[in-house]
Design a protein around this ligand. Structure first.
Ligand code: BV8
Length: 242
């Protein structure tokens, strides 16, 4: 019988690849104020600062020795399995799921690899960092591209598809996310409401107020390959581990 699985990933799945998380020590929010770099108001007030914030992260992916880790690769394997219907939703704007082999990735908070026309909302692949020359080809006069990223106060992408998948899922798994940002942090409630099994995989210990039925504490690069092996072998994942 086909298992319908929704996976939500956050910055923690990319941490072992060398990509900074947001709220861990030395995280991105340690050195930047959210309001300044992750809001439309911050971009309007200082586009150069915001562009530099995203360009630094994009540059690390283009030029750094950043590779997908075993967690990304394991999810790509799960995607290929004919007995699983997987929706992979990521809050991450890096392209490590794609580098790990995933073909269908829903980037609900956008992607570093694209710029967006502020007028038409058309997106454009970025092969280099965003600069003054990156303008759209859809408007006259051409508009300067903005980062194709969802800032606070902006609607995340793919919400209808995500809600539809959550309404029908048997298994909801969150990997490497602190559950600090909505609406992503509310997906577990939707999954619980439809009777799905809910599992949180995170380096941090279980949160006392967690809505997840089960919690695996540890590194994504170790626990996610184990998760996929268990699912593909038909073994239950309905247990806690730390
Ligand atoms: C919106 C930009 C509405 C991209 C980001 C209730 C409902 C709806 C909205 C709200 C609500 N309450 C408040 C809101 C508003 C707001 C919000 O949630 N505010 C918070 C602060 C309370 N939400 C919004 O504004 C959203 N928009 O709701 O629009 C709307 C309606 C109508 C019309 C228009 C609009 C937009 C949210 C998107 C914001 N953009 N970033 C970028 O710069 O990357 S958020 C940012 O934080 C990231 O995108 C990421 O998604 C998010 C969460 O971070 P995590 O991925 O969880 O990372 P974090 O560092 O926090 O945690 C990492 C975890 O990994 C840790 O737990 C750590 O222990 C673990 N870990 C570390 N290493 C490992 C590991 N785990 C495993 N293995 C390891 N090795």
């Amino acid at each position: 019988m086909t298992q319908r699985i929704v996976v939500l990933t956050g910055a923690g799945i990319s941490a072992e690849s060398g990509v900074k998380t947001f709220r861990d020590e030395d995280g991105l929010w340690e050195s930047h104020h959210i309001e300044e770099v992750a809001t439309p108001e911050g971009y309007a007030a200082n586009p150069t600062l915001v562009e530099a914030f995203y360009n630094a992260r994009w540059q690390q992916l283009i030029q750094g020795d950043i590779a997908a880790n075993p967690a990304h690769i394991a999810l790509a394997l799960l995607e290929q399995h004919q007995d699983c219907e997987l929706m992979l939703v990521t809050q991450n704007i890096d392209n490590l799921h794609e580098r790990g082999g995933s073909k269908r990735v829903l980037h609900m908070h956008g992607e570093l690899a694209k710029g967006r026309c502020p007028q038409s909302q058309q997106t454009f692949i970025l092969n280099e960092i965003l600069g003054p020359d990156n303008v759209c080809t859809c408007c006259i006069p051409a508009q300067k591209l903005r980062p194709h990223v969802v800032w606070f106060g902006e609607m995340p992408f793919g919400m209808d598809s995500i809600h539809q998948a959550l309404a029908q899922c048997d298994l909801f798994i969150a990997i490497g996310t602190s559950g600090s940002v909505y609406p992503a942090a509310g997906f577990v409630d939707l999954a619980n409401q439809v009777g799905a099994l809910t599992l949180n995989i995170n380096l941090a210990p279980r949160d006392d107020h967690s809505e997840f039925q089960y919690h695996w504490q540890g590194k994504a690069s170790e626990l996610v390959p184990q998760l996929v092996t268990d699912i593909l072998a038909g073994h239950s994942v309905a247990h806690n581990q730390s």
